[in-house]
Design a protein around this ligand. Structure first.
Ligand code: NAI
Length: 241
């Protein structure tokens, strides 16, 4: 069984890749540029007795995604990717008045177009095989909004809406499509945020760990989660519900 995790060279993506490998999947570790960090994810997986491989492409680039995924499929004629975790994402926070068009577009391309770019090439095979799991890593910001994140909130809100639509398109084919909306999770992405101040706002009084997000993704990826689809599940220590 093959699972693809985008942006798996570090952070939440790495934890998800490790968890799915532990669950018995052969994990395809997607990343854009950091060969060493991606290799580190793979080394940790193999050291723990799991299986995986690197699959380098930019999720914001429609042609590159199609090329990489078509090549993989050609090289594995008897296999298919049954679990897709759309995790890669960036943020570029700026108040709207200072937000340059390229910084609006870059975030939307990386976080929202990527959903289309990576999911579409894999969907036909899931439909043919009549089984699939698609899990999109959204954000609290896509539900609640956050000042300084109009670009990021729009991208994540878009992913949540697309999740609901696609879930309805493919439910009959036994493919589930869900989103996960983390609050503050301890990764490089939250580096520089005022953690002590923010923790006071979180009922659980701490940031979450990438492994906690990975555990939720692991369940949604399992066969047991067959009747959950079109959902967006919060994981935020009680910050928002
Ligand atoms: P991170 O910055 O540590 O990792 C993001 C990963 O995505 C990196 O491996 C990066 O190389 C990859 N990536 C970025 N652009 C890419 C591209 N164009 N093509 C391929 N890979 C690319 O961030 P973190 O925290 O692990 O975030 C993972 C996901 O979780 C993101 O979608 C993020 O928006 C979301 N998230 C994170 C939260 C947090 O508090 N850390 C909260 C809510 C959502």
């Amino acid at each position: 069984m093959y699972a693809l995790v985008t942006g798996a060279s570090r952070g939440i993506g790495r934890a998800i890749a490790q968890r799915l490998a532990k669950d018995g999947y052969h994990v395809l570790i997607n990343y854009r540029s950091n060969d060493a960090e991606a290799q580190h994810t793979l080394d940790e997986i193999t050291a723990a007795g799991g299986q995986g491989e690197l699959l380098k492409f930019d999720v914001a680039d429609t042609t590159a995604c199609q090329q990489a995924l078509n090549d993989w499929t050609e090289q594995h004629p008897n296999e298919y990717i049954s679990v897709l975790v759309n995790n890669a994402g960036i943020r570029h926070d700026e108040l709207m008045v200072f937000l340059e068009p390229e910084d609006f577009e870059k975030v939307i391309r990386t976080n929202l177009f990527s959903f289309y770019n990576v999911t579409r090439p894999l969907l036909a095979m899931m439909v043919r095989k009549r089984y699939g799991r698609i899990i999109n890593i959204a954000s609290l910001s896509g539900l609640k909004g956050l000042a300084g994140q109009t670009n990021y909130s729009a991208s994540k809100g878009g992913v949540i809406a697309a999740t609901k639509s696609l879930a309805q398109e493919v439910a009959k084919k036994k493919i589930t499509v869900n989103a996960v909306a983390p609050g503050f999770i301890q990764t490089d992405m939250v580096e520089g945020l005022p953690e002590d101040m923010l923790k006071q706002l979180i009922p659980a009084a701490r940031f979450g760990q990438p492994e906690e997000v990975a555990a939720l993704v692991s369940f949604l990826a399992s066969e047991e989660a067959a009747y959950i689809t079109g959902e967006c599940i919060n994981i935020n220590g009680g910050l928002y519900s």
